[in-house]
Design a protein around this ligand. Structure first.
Ligand code: ADP
Ligand code: MG
Length: 641
C-alpha cells in the first residue's frame, strides 16, 4: 500500500454476503449497531489502558479515555469517536475488510436456520452472536468513514477507511476530521434511519444496551452512561444503597431487594457477579415462565439478557449480572468453549448460592423464612439436582402437624430431632390447607402416637418428596400409604385413646357379615369393605390399594388425563366407632333394614368427599335429608316432645 496514495480493495465474498444481508434483510432492532460500535470503542480503550498499565507511553498521554458521540443533523452524519488504541493503514484494511472466516460462516448458517424456522432474523441476536459487529453500521448508514490514528505506532499518520458497504472499500491518508489519537467513525445515515440523529434516541439506546461500559460516553457533550460496573468494584467499597439502586435499574422493581450476593471468582473461571433475591414473588409458573436468567457480560459489554445457561431453573428467582474476563466478546465464535465456561460459572454460582442460603438460614432465620415464602416454590425444583440433593433438602421448609400455626415452618433436621427413637421415615400428607390436612382420617393414628407429619400444600410437593426419595437415610412416605403395623413400635400418647370394649367373638363374626353386606350395598363402587387399623375418631376412610400413588397424585393424573370417573378404592371402617357399633346392632336385628342401607351409602359419600371427590351432590344431599328427617322423627319420639 503506497504511503500517501489511495488503495481500493474488493471485500472478500463472505463479507459481501454478510453485508448484503445486513443492509437488505435485517430491519428489526437496528439500534444495536450503536452497541457494537460502542463495544468496539470500549475494547480499543481497554487495550490502550492495558498497555499503559504495562508501562507503555501512548501518543497524547493526557487525553482522557472516553467515547464521544455527536450529531450533524444537516449533513446527516453520526460521529462516534474514541481515544483508544487506534489503527494504522494496514490494520484498517485487515480488521475492517475481512471477517474471521468461522464468524461469517456461522453468521450465515444462523441466518439460514432462522429462515427455515420461518422466523424473521433479529439483528440483535444474530449480530451479537456471530461477531460481525462493525458491519452492522451499514444497517443505518449508506456510507461510513473510519478515521484512525494509532496510539503507539512510530508513524502517527491518520488514515481513513471508506466504504458504502457494497463491493469495496478504500484506505488513504486522512486529510480532515482526524483524531489526535484513536478512532472516529463517521456514519452517513440513511434516509429511513434518521431517528439515529436524535439525541434522546441515542441516549435511550445507550442506557439500554451499553449502560455499564466502563468508560464515559458523551452524547453531544452530555454524559449518557452514569452507572459504574458495580460488580467489578471491591465489595467493601459498595454501599447498601448502591446495591439497591443498581437492582432497581436492572429490574424496574420499586422495592429494595431482599438480599444481595456479590461474587468475585478467579478459578476455575474468572467472573464477577451481583445476584439479587427480589423481595416480591415471581409468577414463575404463569406469565413469567420465560422471564428469568442472568444478564451476561463479557468484559463489561452486555452479551445477552436473561441468559439461562448461567443458573439452573431452581435458582430462577435470582436476578442479576455475571461478567467474565474469560469470555471472548463474540462468544459464539467458540461455541464449545462458551458452553464449557458457562457451565463452570453455573456450577460456581450454584455452590455459592447454596452456601449463601445456608448461612442465611443459620444466621438470619427471619430473612430465610421471607425468602422461603416468596421463592420456595421455585427453589423446591432443586430436587432435580442430584449432586446437590442433600444440601437442597436441608434448605426445604414445611408446615407440620407439630407446629402451632399455619405460618410456622420447620426443616427436615428439626423434624428428625423431634422424632421419637426408632423413627426413620418422614411422614407427609398432601392437602389443600392445614384444616384439611388435620381432618384427614389418615392422620388419626399419627396424632394418637404423637408422630409429626409434614404438610404438603402444593401439588409439586409430592413430586419433590418422590424425587428426593431419601434424606440422611430417612425415607419420605405418605401417611395414607403407611402399613397397618407401621406405627406399632411407638407408644400411644397419654390420654389420646379412649378404651373401647372389644367385640365378643360372636359379634366379631357378625361384624364380618356386616362388612360383606355393606360391600353388596356399595357394589362396584368399592373394591372391598374391611376393618381399619388406622382410624381413631372417624367412622370410615377410603384407601388406595397398597403401594399405589397417593390420592392427591392420583387426582392430578386424572385431571391431566381428563378422566372424571371415580377411583375404585377400599372402604375401611372403624370397628370401635359408635356409628359402626350401632349399625351392627341394626344389622343383627334386621339385615334388610332400609336405614342401614342409607347409612352405608352416606358413610361412603362422606368418605368420598374427604378424599376430595364429589360426583353427585344432588343424590348426596337427598340421602342426607332423608336421614335427617328420620332421625328428627326418632328424636322427637324418644324425647316424647
Ligand atoms: P469484533 O469486535 O468482534 O472483533 P468487529 O466487526 O466489531 O468484530 O470489529 C472488527 C475489528 O475492527 C476489531 O476486532 C478491532 O480490531 C477493529 N476495530 C473496530 N472498531 C475499532 C475501534 N473503534 N478502535 C480500534 N479498533 C477497532
Ligand atoms: Mg465488535
Amino acid at each position: 500500500m503506497a504511503e500517501a496514495g489511495k488503495t481500493t480493495q474488493q471485500f472478500r465474498a463472505e463479507v459481501r454476503k454478510v453485508l448484503h444481508i445486513l443492509t437488505n434483510s435485517l430491519y428489526t432492532n437496528r439500534e444495536i449497531f450503536l452497541r457494537e460500535l460502542i463495544s468496539n470503542a470500549s475494547d480499543a480503550l481497554d487495550k490502550l489502558r492495558f498497555r499503559i498499565n504495562r508501562g507503555e507511553n501512548p501518543r497524547e498521554a493526557d487525553l482522557p479515555l472516553e467515547i464521544r458521540i455527536s450529531i450533524d443533523k444537516e449533513a446527516k452524519i453520526l460521529t462516534i469517536a474514541d481515544t483508544g488504541l487506534g489503527m494504522n493503514a494496514s490494520e484498517l484494511a485487515d480488521n475492517l475488510g475481512t471477517i474471521a472466516k468461522s464468524g461469517s460462516e456461522e453468521f450465515l448458517a444462523g441466518l439460514a436456520a432462522a429462515d427455515e424456522e420461518g422466523t424473521r432474523p433479529d439483528a440483535a441476536n444474530i449480530i451479537g452472536r456471530f461477531g460481525v459487529g462493525f458491519y452492522s453500521v451499514f444497517m443505518v448508514a449508506k456510507e461510513v468513514e473510519v478515521i484512525s490514528r494509532p496510539a503507539f505506532d512510530e508513524d502517527a499518520t491518520a488514515h481513513v477507511w471508506t466504504s458504502d458497504g457494497l463491493g469495496s472499500f478504500s484506505v488513504e491518508a486522512a486529510l480532515e476530521n482526524a483524531p489526535a489519537r484513536g478512532t472516529v467513525i463517521r456514519a452517513h445515515i440513511k434516509d429511513d434511519a434518521e431517528e439515529f440523529l436524535e439525541k434522546f434516541r441515542l441516549e435511550s439506546t445507550i442506557r439500554k444496551h451499553s449502560a455499564f461500559v466502563p468508560f464515559p460516553i458523551y452524547v453531544e457533550g452530555e454524559r449518557a452512561n452514569t452507572q459504574p460496573a458495580l460488580w467489578r468494584e471491591p465489595k467493601t467499597s459498595v454501599s447498601k444503597e448502591q446495591y439497591a439502586a443498581f437492582y432497581k435499574a436492572l429490574t424496574y422493581d420499586h422495592k429494595d431487594p431482599l438480599d444481595v450476593q456479590h461474587i468475585s471468582v478467579d478459578a476455575p473461571v474468572q467472573f464477577n457477579a451481583l445476584l439479587y433475591i427480589p423481595d416480591s414473588a415471581q409468577d414463575f409458573f404463569g406469565a413469567d415462565r420465560d422471564f428469568w436468567g442472568l444478564d451476561l457480560y463479557a468484559r463489561r459489554v452486555l452479551i445477552q439478557h436473561r441468559n439461562k445457561e448461567l443458573i439452573p431453573e431452581y435458582l430462577a428467582f435470582l436476578r442479576g449480572v455475571v461478567d467474565s474476563e474469560d469470555l471472548p466478546l463474540n462468544i459464539s465464535r467458540e461455541t464449545l468453549q462458551e458452553n464449557v465456561l458457562l457451565r463452570k460459572i453455573n456450577q460456581v454460582i450454584v455452590k455459592q448460592s447454596l452456601g449463601h442460603l445456608e448461612k442465611m438460614a443459620k444466621n438470619d432465620a427471619e430473612k430465610y423464612v421471607a425468602f422461603w415464602k416468596l421463592h420456595g416454590k421455585i427453589f423446591k425444583l432443586g430436587y432435580h439436582d442430584f449432586p446437590n440433593r442433600e444440601r437442597i433438602s436441608a434448605l426445604l421448609r414445611f408446615n407440620t402437624s407439630a407446629l402451632p400455626e399455619a405460618d410456622s415452618l420447620a426443616s427436615l433436621d428439626e423434624y428428625m430431632e423431634r422424632a421419637p427413637e426408632g423413627q426413620k421415615t418422614f411422614w407427609y400428607v398432601a392437602a389443600p390447607n392445614r384444616e384439611a390436612a388435620r381432618l384427614s382420617p389418615h392422620m388419626e393414628r399419627f396424632r394418637q402416637k404423637g408422630i409429626e407429619v409434614l404438610y404438603l400444600f402444593e401439588p409439586v410437593d409430592e413430586f419433590v418428596m418422590e424425587g428426593l426419595g431419601k434424606y440422611k437415610d430417612w425415607e419420605f412416605k405418605a401417611v395414607e400409604n403407611a402399613a397397618d403395623d407401621a406405627l406399632d413400635a411407638f407408644a400411644d400418647k397419654e390420654g389420646e385413646k379412649d378404651t373401647v370394649q372389644p367385640l365378643s367373638a360372636e359379634d366379631n363374626t357378625s361384624f364380618d357379615d356386616l362388612l360383606a353386606h355393606m360391600k353388596s350395598i356399595l357394589g362396584d363402587r368399592v373394591k372391598e369393605v374391611r376393618v381399619s387399623h388406622r382410624l381413631a375418631d372417624s367412622p370410615a376412610v377410603l384407601v388406595s390399594p397398597d403401594g399405589s400413588m397417593t390420592s392427591s397424585m392420583e387426582k392430578l393424573m386424572r385431571v391431566m388425563q381428563k378422566d372424571d370417573s371415580l377411583p375404585v378404592k377400599t372402604l375401611e371402617v372403624n370397628r370401635d366407632h359408635p356409628l359402626l357399633r350401632n349399625m351392627l346392632r341394626m344389622f343383627k336385628a334386621d339385615r334388610n333394614d332400609k336405614a342401614l342401607s342409607d347409612m352405608t351409602q352416606s358413610l361412603f359419600d362422606a368418605s368420598l368427599l374427604l378424599d376430595g371427590y364429589l360426583k353427585d351432590p344432588q343424590a348426596l344431599a337427598a340421602r342426607v335429608n332423608n336421614l335427617l328427617t328420620e332421625s328428627a322423627a326418632w328424636y322427637a319420639e324418644v324425647r316424647k316432645i
